[in-house]
Ligand binder design. Structure first.
Ligand SMILES: Cc1cc2nc3c(=O)[nH]c(=O)nc-3n(C[C@H](O)[C@H](O)[C@H](O)COP(=O)(O)O)c2cc1C
Length: 287
């Protein structure tokens, strides 16, 4: 099976949740995105559109495979003028380019687990947060604990997924379990409420800024682990798995799960990826 065919609408709609969650942290909306409509009688239908100016909703709710490997001609925008970059920025940009979604993973890690732990810790320390509020929290699972996470996810999904979709869902979860570990990212909601009390003027902004900071941490962790030769992919089974995760790993009630980064040895290649032309996505002004 090609890596991107592991991804079904369930994963795609979890992306829809991510975008919606940036606009509102409504658990009901998040759940709506993930569940068949007959299970959501108490939820108000989600109307929040993903934060995208160019992609249609139908495109976003289609399987990730279709969003990443569209049938359009692949256009790689290039900057209008070649730029000579300092070695440091060139190296960083190379790492950003090399960060891709690897769905096919195995348990053979190219570096020791201790090094992975240190990299994750260093990212957690270095990634910025609004007012240096330090709202990010992390749990790293290796080996049998990682396997347990994906067993739990299967158990949670099984009664929710339509029978005809179960094979695809089970296959995708098996792909995650085949990896060597998972980094779970959380926001400490107590930090948000403390900041809201302290800086009333920005009260409404702190939840969004905490989302920005967790996203930065996810990107930094994904990029640095792959710079070490690992493969990784980002998943969003929250909020469905939140309670089980909290119970299993003694997670404080104020840690809100935001994403799961599955990592392991590379057992396949990333799928193709297209890019919008810079003329559509970029403006510059000033001399
Ligand atoms: C905020 C965000 C949420 C994502 N959520 C998921 C997800 O739930 N499941 C998944 O398989 N991939 C998810 N992805 C991966 C994207 O589909 C992927 O990054 C994108 O198609 C570009 O491919 P690349 O990672 O190879 O560059 C997410 C990526 C981002 C940035």
């Amino acid at each position: 099976m090609r890596p991107h065919t592991l991804t079904s609408a369930f994963v795609s709609v979890s992306r829809l949740y991510t975008a919606a969650a940036a606009a509102s942290s409504s658990t009901c909306r998040a759940t709506h995105a993930l569940l068949p409509s007959n299970l959501l009688k108490t939820c108000i239908p989600s109307t929040t559109r993903p934060l995208s100016t160019s992609s249609s909703l139908s495109k976003l709710v289609s399987p990730q495979a279709e969003t990443t490997a569209s049938k359009q001609e692949i256009r790689i925008p290039t900057p209008s003028t070649p730029v000579t970059m300092a070695a440091n920025s060139a190296t960083l940009l190379e790492s950003f380019k090399a960060r891709r979604t690897y769905y096919q993973l195995n348990k053979e890690l190219p570096i020791p687990k201790d090094k992975i732990t240190s990299i994750v810790q260093e990212n957690l320390i270095q990634v910025p947060s609004s007012f240096n509020s330090q709202s990010n929290r992390v749990l790293v699972l290796y080996g049998a604990e990682h396997d347990k996470l994906w067993d739990i996810t299967s158990e949670v999904l099984k009664p929710l997924v339509p029978a005809e979709s179960w094979d695809a869902t089970a296959g995708r979860n098996a792909g995650f379990k085949a990896g060597a570990g998972t980094v779970l990212f959380f926001i400490d909601t107590t930090v948000i409420s403390n900041m809201q009390e302290k800086f009333a003027l920005y009260k409404d902004r702190f939840p969004t800024w905490a989302e920005h900071s967790t996203a930065m941490l996810q990107f930094a962790t994904w990029t640095t682990l792959e710079a070490e030769g690992l493969g990784a992919n980002l998943q969003h089974y929250n909020p469905l798995i939140d309670e089980r995760v909290a119970a299993e790993w003694n997670i404080p009630a104020n840690w809100q799960l935001t994403a799961q980064l599955v990592f392991g040895g590379r057992a396949g290649e990333p799928g193709p990826k297209d890019h919008l032309p810079l003329e559509e996505t970029f403006k510059v002004a000033g001399a």
